[in-house]
Design a protein around this ligand. Structure first.
Ligand SMILES: Nc1ncnc2c1ncn2[C@@H]1O[C@H](COP(=O)(O)OP(=O)(O)OP(=O)(O)O)[C@@H](O)[C@H]1O
Ligand SMILES: [Mg+2]
Length: 242
């Protein structure tokens, strides 16, 4: 099968010239379907820049990016947003929930862009919220929930449409350790089902939950290892990745 992510010699250069910042400095990275990969690095190392690239939220200054065999470095904004909608569920550090909407409405929102009927949206949103243990909080607004619960709503929103790829930027960054563990357990389950999970973090301990760990310093990948403490997912072993 085609690689899911195939990034070659990608550069992201801000302020070209004397004060240029090479946020990504010649990154080459391949990710297979069904991998659980952590990208770890200090603040300013280029993690979010890479995440934006991987998630088709940004385009490289130089280099190529094939997502599932398709050259995405040349696509228009509309085409990129269509791919994002279909392929990728995003989980952001700051949750990014809409305060005036309750849990189920927040989860339903992105489903609108997929052209689903109201009933279907409600069904998928309810299912996703139950999945993350929030079946009893469907009608709570973000303000009426704990940080851990809000992050779980954000995860439900990311997985409701059942995208094959989950892209999470510091998903545990704002959480206490118990809520952080809940979030990592959910990501692990999604991986075991055959999804690809890409986790961005500055925290080595969190990164150790992933099967593969890539370290980034100053926009460059400096190591890329398989973490033997995390056994391969059942889905990958059975060749049942999504
Ligand atoms: N729009 C921009 N213009 C100029 N420089 C930028 C811009 N965005 C990011 N940078 C620089 O690019 C580098 C990488 O930034 P990035 O946000 O990817 O880091 P990060 O690893 O996500 O850090 P953090 O852990 O703090 O979120 C930093 O040195 C940053 O200052
Ligand atoms: Mg960042």
């Amino acid at each position: 099968m085609e690689k899911l992510v195939d990034i070659r010699k990608v550069y992201k250069i801000y302020n070209p010239g004397e004060n240029e910042v090479r946020a990504l400095d010649g990154v080459t990275l391949g990710i297979d379907h069904g991998e659980f990969i952590a990208i770890v690095g200090h603040s300013g190392s280029g993690k979010s820049t890479l995440m934006n690239m991987l998630g088709c939220l940004d385009t490289p200054s130089e280099g190529s990016y094939f997502l599932d065999g398709e050259d995405v470095s040349t696509l228009s904004d509309d085409e990129l947003s269509e791919i994002r909608n279909k392929e990728i569920g995003f989980v952001f550090q700051g949750f990014n929930l809409i305060p005036s909407l309750d849990a189920i409405e927040n989860v339903e929102l992105p489903l609108i862009y997929r052209g689903l009927s109201k009933d279907e949206r409600r069904r998928l949103a309810t299912e996703a919220l139950e999945r993350v243990g929030l079946g009893n909080r469907l009608r709570h607004r973000p303000m009426q929930m704990s940080g851990g619960q809000q992050q779980r709503v954000a995860i439900a929103r990311a997985i409701a449409a059942k995208p094959p790829v989950i892209l999470a930027d510091e998903p545990t960054g704002n959480l206490d350790s118990k809520s952080g563990k809940d979030v990592m357990r959910i990501l692990n389950e999604l991986w075991h089902e055959g999804r690809t999970v890409i986790l961005i973090t500055h925290d080595n301990e969190i990164a150790n939950s992933a099967r593969r760990i890539v370290k980034i310093i100053d926009g460059k990948i400096v190591s890329d290892v398989i973490n033997d403490k995390v056994p391969e997912s059942p889905a990958r072993l059975a060749n049942h990745t999504l």
